[in-house]
Design a protein around this ligand. Structure first.
Ligand code: ATP
Ligand code: MG
Ligand code: MG
Length: 499
């Protein structure tokens, strides 16, 4: 009931680990899961006298990401120190970009789909900044000690901040999925949320329509798409109940407890942190160039040209969706499924290339309704699918030319998985699954059905069309499921009309 009186608003801060060999300011290796404290340079451990050296690869990845998210890349950005004291941050400050970030003002189109609802929405990106990741505290509950692993300390992060453009957990999680696909396409982050290489902070508030945005809480470190959606739903409900009962929402940091599916206040909530931001004195402003300004530079060795990076931008998921819609006249809902599953677009297009006369809608239906299901059941992925695109196209041709029925094609596909060396034509031959289209044979079957069911005919005469289907189904069964249903329906109708 309350949902009509309240509007919820969500903005996201996403930390994406940059996919580079080494860290943002040091040459230490950047890899997940190494033995503790084996990927730590003196700089990462904050030894006095060590200095940051900016990793060009991280900047290039940041620029490519910014362009993919349609941001304006700042020609000059700056690094700042953000101070806080925590054991996993040995320097006592994080180098980030507070005053002038790498990029600003972008947007992402993303799709929302469930059974009843399919739509495309747009989320605006406020900014992207480069910053260091912290180390990890490991708590040994048994011996009551905490240990530090600095392997992650200093890894390059892109913090991607969105405008408060989402209305609920469904929106926000669909956006995160799209962002994952984009970053994986451009390979700037592997987006393994379970390994922490993509982490989401959700800022959530509620207000009454027409009023100002409410006070936000921030739920930190959500590490799965499900958690993003569940944490936001819980938090919206909690805030509304609190306000309905005369309480106030505090601007606090919370975490999501996946055991109970609830958000809980973080321990540091009482402390209002003063980060004492200051410019990082050991790093000069970061200058980027374009085709015009690069002409003025004498040595091009360490120069980063935004226009060069723009050239490297591959087609993004939304570009692919639009192209498939136009090129093959497919529905957006279907195109979204193809793009959602890695490798399916390539498989689809290969089938189309090998048999260009095949109906594209039929191919996408076969992939979505049949192939995906069998792959899941038999624990395959499209990448190790035993059915070649050539054989798959031929299976579809068998249906298109009415050699076999649509329902038989399921059985043929199943056999093709079991016996990848046998062609679909041979399977149909061996199993005697060829569809009967001979009109004389089918007329005989229909006549027999009509003789045996005068009552159904009477009902059909009263104008209930569904009884035609009943009669046709009976004929299909009498034909051992081999009669061509389209022709059987035609014959049945003709016979009924002439009786
Ligand atoms: N009233 C609101 N309700 C929901 N979200 C909001 C509201 N106001 C701002 N936001 C969102 O909160 C986020 C603020 O992120 P930002 O990085 O600017 O600040 P921060 O959370 O204070 O900083 P930090 O990086 O230290 O967490 C943005 O995603 C923004 O869209
Ligand atoms: Mg932030
Ligand atoms: Mg924040």
């Amino acid at each position: 009931m309350w949902s009509k009186q309240w509007k919820s608003v969500v903005g996201l801060e996403i930390h994406a680990q940059i996919n580079t060999e080494s860290k943002l300011f040091s040459g230490a290796e950047n890899k997940f899961g190494g033995p503790t404290n084996t990927q730590v340079s003196l700089f990462d451990a904050a030894f006095p006298g060590t200095l940051p050296v900016l990793n060009k690869g991280c900047v290039e990845a940041g620029v490519l990401t910014a362009l993919a998210l349609r941001c304006t890349v700042n020609k000059v950005s700056k690094f700042d120190r953000k101070h806080y004291f925590y054991a996993d941050l040995p320097a006592g400050y994080q180098i980030t970009q507070q005053r002038q970030p790498l990029a600003v003002k972008g947007y992402v189109d993303y799709c929302i789909s469930d059974k009843n609802n399919f739509q495309t929405k747009t989320a605006n990106i406020t900014q992207i900044q480069l910053e260091q990741d912290s180390g990890k505290s490991l708590h040994d509950e048994k011996d009551k000690i905490s240990l530090i692993d600095l392997n992650r300390c200093g890894t390059g992060l892109m913090e991607i901040v969105t405008e408060p453009d989402f209305s609920d957990g469904t929106d926000a999680s669909a956006f995160v999925k799209e962002l994952q696909k984009i970053l994986q396409t451009i390979q700037t982050c592997d987006c393994k949320m379970e390994e922490g290489s993509l982490r989401v902070d959700a800022n959530i508030s509620v207000h009454k329509p027409g009023e100002r945005l409410g006070v936000r809480t921030e739920v930190k470190n959500l590490n799965s798409i499900k958690s993003v959606s569940k944490a936001i739903s819980f938090e919206v409900k909690r805030q509304i109940e609190l306000l309905e009962n005369g309480g106030v929402v505090e601007n606090e940091t919370r975490s999501f407890d996946t055991e109970i599916d609830e958000t809980v206040p973080m321990r540091d909530k009482e402390v209002k942190t003063d980060y004492r931001f200051m410019p990082e004195p050991n790093l000069p402003p970061l200058h980027l160039f374009d085709n015009e300004s690069v002409k003025t530079v004498a040595s091009k060795i360490s120069v980063i040209n935004i226009d060069d990076i723009q050239q490297k931008l591959p087609p993004l998921p939304e570009d692919t969706r639009k192209r498939l819609e136009q090129q093959y006249c497919l529905k957006r809902r279907d195109v979204a499924v193809l793009v959602d599953n890695s490798g399916l677009v390539d498989y689809f297009e290969e089938v189309m290339r090998l048999s260009p006369t095949t109906n594209a809608k039929l191919v996408s239906n076969f992939i979505i309704n049949q192939l995906l299901g069998v792959l899941n059941d038999k624990k395959f992925t499209i990448h190790n699918c035993p059915v070649t695109t050539d054989d798959f196209g031929r299976l579809i041709d068998l249906v298109q030319t009415e050699e076999i029925s649509y329902s038989t094609s399921y059985k043929v596909l199943d056999e093709m998985f079991e016996h990848p060396n046998i062609t679909p034509e041979d399977i149909v031959e061996q199993k005697d699954w060829r569809q009967i289209s001979d009109t004389q044979v089918l007329t005989n079957i229909c006549e027999k059905v009509l003789e045996e069911h005068p009552k159904i005919i009477a009902k059909y005469r009263k104008g209930k069309l569904k009884y035609l289907h009943t009669l046709v189904n009976k004929a299909v069964i009498d034909s051992n499921n081999k009669g061509n249903p389209r022709i059987l329906k035609q014959i049945m109708e003709d016979l009924l009309d002439n009786k």
